[in-house]
Design a protein around this ligand. Structure first.
Ligand SMILES: *Cc1c(COP(=O)(O)O)cnc(C)c1O
Length: 448
């Protein structure tokens, strides 16, 4: 008979199976497989820690978003936000579903081209577009969303000698009732700056104003804010019709829809409080169709949603390194996923689940990462059953931003695997090695 695992004795009020004062049960569900693939098999084959992406979830989420908007508005175009997750396999999945590319740097622009996206299907955003980037984007017929006047002057200069007329939109910031306001990007609506930029572009025969863009923030839980933003952009479109008899081709509402993650300090779980794609779609499309825009020339609705599409498709699989009692007798557990590779633990109360059957008894536990850094905390306090060294845990909803904002620090960045819709697994990014890191270093002669 297998020797029973040792569990250190403690005195604690029994809470197994009993609901707490909020009506929540403490029996922790177990995630032993993802899309039909056993977590333990993934660890055996690909090692731990490892990121996992679910192709099925990517497809399901995208179809839900598409359905919500296309049933309410005649012309809808999604553009995949590269910075949210620019793994080629992820980008290509969205491009295969019909998404354009939304990029915010020369690097991301090149990446979109390498992914086979046609120049005229790339939206170029962001405050940092060099002359080289702009020249290439204009030559390729991409849509350039201007962030500030200095960028407009660069474009005017390039347009003087360019064969192609630049296709332009301006990014607009505004008061939507969401604070703090993101007023550092684009031109302000309320103080007339946006209208001023529009007039400058319209009065230059070498420029073509084709769209109006906003991106009001990220993890925005209020559909009303989108309704306000869509109304303000529609109002500018109407003014353009009146003054210049000019119809813009599109209104781009950016991204920022909340995923089902729970923000730190939130009282209720995100999946109970975050708006659905239908809620956002209802708010945005109503504002546009109820505006005074000429119905003969309804603009295409562009959406650059990132987080809400990819977050749920990402999992982090981790291994328990140790259990430890803190000085004040609180339980803690150390796992091999740190905040350097799980950036979003700064903002979210990430859902963490055991991958193996566990006892019904749970205790308040702090989950630490493996770094020798005091801030390396994955979950501050979570009711968690006792896990043993080498057991696995699964962290849910980590598909957005972690795989682009992660940093190499102390440990190597892990592999990323994709589970396809037939439950086959594929490595889509190799883990880093010491050689990768040292290959970039140079030793001055006097030190070698
Ligand atoms: C980051 C970004 C997005 C995507 O935002 P999400 O919050 O991931 O949906 C879209 N558009 C622009 C301009 C962005 O900067």
């Amino acid at each position: 008979m297998e020797k029973l695992k040792y569990e250190r004795p403690i005195i604690n009020k029994i809470s197994a199976g009993v609901t707490d004062k909020f009506g929540m049960s403490h029996k922790m569900p177990v995630i032993s497989e993802i899309d039909g693939v056993k977590v333990t098999d993934i660890v055996e084959k690909y090692d731990s820690p490892v990121f996992v992406l679910s192709e099925k979830t990517i497809l399901d989420k995208f179809n839900a978003a598409k359905q919500a908007f296309t049933t309410r508005y005649p012309k809808v175009q999604f553009a995949w936000s590269y910075k949210t997750n620019y793994l080629s396999s992820v980008c290509k999945t969205y491009h295969n579903l019909g998404s354009w590319a939304e990029v915010v740097s020369g690097f991301e622009y090149e990446k979109a081209i390498q992914n086979g996206v046609k120049g005229e299907n790339i939206i170029f955003n962001g405050p940092d577009k060099g002359i080289k980037d702009l020249t290439l984007a204009i030559a390729n017929g991409s849509y350039i969303h201007i962030d500030h006047f200095d960028e407009l002057y660069d474009i005017i200069k390039i347009a003087e000698t360019s064969e192609k007329k630049p296709k332009l939109a301006i990014r607009i910031n505004m008061d939507t009732g969401i604070y703090p306001r993101w007023d550092r990007f684009g031109f302000n609506y309320e103080n007339g700056e946006a209208w001023n930029a529009i007039n400058r572009i319209m009065l230059n025969p070498k420029l073509d104003l084709v769209g109006l863009h906003t991106h009001i923030g990220t993890y925005i839980m209020s559909p009303d804010a989108y309704a306000v933003a869509a109304s303000k952009l529609s109002e500018l479109a109407v003014r353009l019709e009146k003054k210049y008899n000019h119809n813009i081709k599109y209104i781009d509402m950016g991204g920022g829809f909340a995923s089902d993650n729970t923000l730190k300090g939130a009282y209720l779980p995100g999946k109970d409080t975050c708006p659905s794609f239908d809620d956002y779609a209802e708010a945005i499309t109503n504002a546009i169709i109820n505006s005074e825009i000429n119905p003969q020339n309804m603009p295409t609705l562009f959406l650059e949603t990132g987080r809400a599409l990819i977050d749920d498709a990402g999992y982090a699989i981790s291994t328990v390194l140790a259990n430890k009692r803190l000085a004040d007798s609180r339980r803690s557990m150390i796992i091999d996923f740190g905040i350097n590779t799980l950036f979003t633990s700064f903002w979210y109360e990430h859902e963490v689940y055991p991958a193996q059957e566990v006892s019904a008894h749970s205790e308040d536990t702090t989950i630490y990462g493996p770094l020798c850094m005091n801030i390396d905390i994955i979950r501050e306090a979570i009711k968690f059953p006792l896990m043993q060294k080498h057991d696995n845990v699964v962290i849910k909803r980590v598909g957005a931003y972690n795989m682009t904002q992660w940093m190499q620090f102390i440990t190597m960045r892990p592999k990323i695997i994709l589970i396809d819709t037939n439950s086959n697994t594929h490595i889509v990014r190799e883990n880093e090695t010491g050689e990768n890191i040292s290959s970039m270093e140079r030793l001055p002669k006097h030190l070698s």
